[in-house]
Write a protein that binds this ligand. Structure first.
Ligand SMILES: NC(=O)c1ccc[n+]([C@@H]2O[C@H](COP(=O)([O-])OP(=O)(O)OC[C@H]3O[C@@H](n4cnc5c(N)ncnc54)[C@H](O)[C@@H]3O)[C@@H](O)[C@H]2O)c1
Length: 127
């Protein structure tokens, strides 16, 4: 069972949250967003999910295996997650430059962690 923290609960984050809640192989443990009101609204149907505006709280939770980051600040957040020993599922684009993307790939390899990048329909069976 992968224990998940979702970072960024704007337009796309709630789609990740809905799927991680319903998937039998994942448990949504944390949701994080800088906007507290938004966070409360998105998590209203899921009262058992812990919420925070501080990414550090999620990084400190050793029980969380994977973090999905649907935010524009992908590189620093993904880097912090990988440095904290978390697997990362990141929404497209992976990063803002090839250099940043390569640094994330190298960091994941060095730490023996999974780094996945999602794209529209990329993991949809029919497509
Ligand atoms: N896979 C797909 O089909 C698909 C579709 C739409 C969007 N996306 C991707 O999802 C990502 C997010 O897009 P969106 O439309 O949801 O954006 P959005 O602006 O609606 O949401 C981003 C959220 O992240 C929060 N945030 C920003 N910085 C943060 C931080 N440091 N810590 C915690 N929360 C933070 C913001 O408060 C906001 O609520 C983008 O990378 C976009 O390309 C993917």
């Amino acid at each position: 069972m992968a224990r998940i923290g979702v970072i960024g609960c704007g337009y796309w984050g709630p789609n990740l949250i809905r799927n991680f809640v319903t998937c039998p192989e994942t448990q949504l443990v944390w949701a994080c967003d800088l906007d507290e009101e938004r966070l409360e609204k998105v998590l209203r149907p899921y009262p058992s999910v812990r919420q925070t505006t501080d990414l550090e709280e999620v990084l400190k939770d050793n029980g969380v295996d994977a973090i999905a980051t649907p935010v524009h600040s992908h590189f620093p957040i993904a880097k912090a997650c990988l440095e904290s020993g978390k697997h990362v599922l990141i929404e497209k684009p992976l990063a803002s430059s090839i250099d940043q993307g390569e640094e994330l790939v190298n960091l994941a390899e060095k730490n023996n962690l999974r780094l996945m990048c999602d794209h529209t329909f990329c993991y949809t069976g029919a497509v």
